[in-house]
Design a protein around this ligand. Structure first.
Ligand code: IPE
Ligand code: MG
Length: 239
């Protein structure tokens, strides 16, 4: 979700106003996912690096966060959304941590949309924590180092219980991943737009889905192999 600050600057307004406008787009994107039957959405709300922004901007974001948790969780719950937070929770105030835990507990039984909010999140941090978990399991005698492989590490990063993301969308015109889900994005389709986050709309989301649908995902295989796999009827056995 990038471009809130520039959106505000163009209007000669403080950056916090841009973040408030960006919060409205969050609702629009959640509505879009519910409407289209998209089962999982992960929003990059606040990175590990964002703590380094000016104190007043971080403060404004925290206030917005508290307000959104107080206002929106009931409605999300009513609509079958399950909320989860990924990232270094310990860096938030106890007021925010309590609201996060309450929102997760309240919505834990919902299955219509898994909404993951990455807050104080960094992809490298995520992988480092998974490495720590592996080391702890080895030290405790639960894991043989010879059994450490992609599956073992992959089971310990954030969102391990979900399929890998199909589509990555970045607004705001920058062509980079910026330490988002580094491990999880290995084969994700990337889609970028110049549109600033507060101005993202349904038409553009539809366009992103169309582009996604037109891509051939090969996962390292050949186009022929992929076409063959699609052509094979699911009732047929292996060739
Ligand atoms: C993204 O908008 C929101 C957060 C990082 C919280 P920015 O604040 O990065 O907006 P720009 O990039 O300055 O326009
Ligand atoms: Mg930015």
């Amino acid at each position: 979700m990038d471009g809130n600050g520039r959106w505000a600057a163009r209007r000669k307004r403080p950056r916090a106003i841009g973040h408030r406008a960006g919060a409205r787009t969050v609702n629009l994107v959640i509505d879009f996912c519910l409407d289209r039957g998209i089962g999982a959405l992960t929003l990059f709300a606040f990175s590990s690096e964002n703590w380094g922004r000016p104190e007043d901007e971080v403060g404004a974001l925290m206030k917005l966060f508290v307000g959104a948790l107080d206002r929106e969780v009931g409605e999300l719950h009513r609509r079958g959304v399950r909320l989860r937070f990924i990232g270094e929770r310990g860096r938030f105030s106890s007021a925010i941590r309590e609201r996060m835990a309450a929102a997760e507990a309240r919505t834990a039984g919902n299955t219509r949309l898994m909404l993951n909010v990455a807050a104080s999140y960094g992809g490298r941090q995520d992988i480092a924590m998974a490495a720590r978990a592996l080391a702890q399991d080895v030290a405790a005698g639960r894991l043989d180092p010879a059994d450490i492989d992609e599956a073992a590490l992959g089971a310990r990063v954030a969102l391990a219980d979900l399929p890998a993301p199909d589509l990555f969308i970045r607004t705001g015109g920058d062509l980079r991943v910026s330490n988002f889900l580094l491990w999880q994005l290995a084969y994700t389709e990337l889609w970028f737009t110049e549109t600033l986050w507060p101005e993202l709309g349904v038409e553009e989301l539809e366009q992103a889905l169309r582009v996604y649908a037109s891509r051939e995902r090969r996962f390292g295989l050949t186009g022929e192999q992929i076409a063959g796999a699609h052509a094979a009827s699911p009732t047929e056995g292996p060739p």
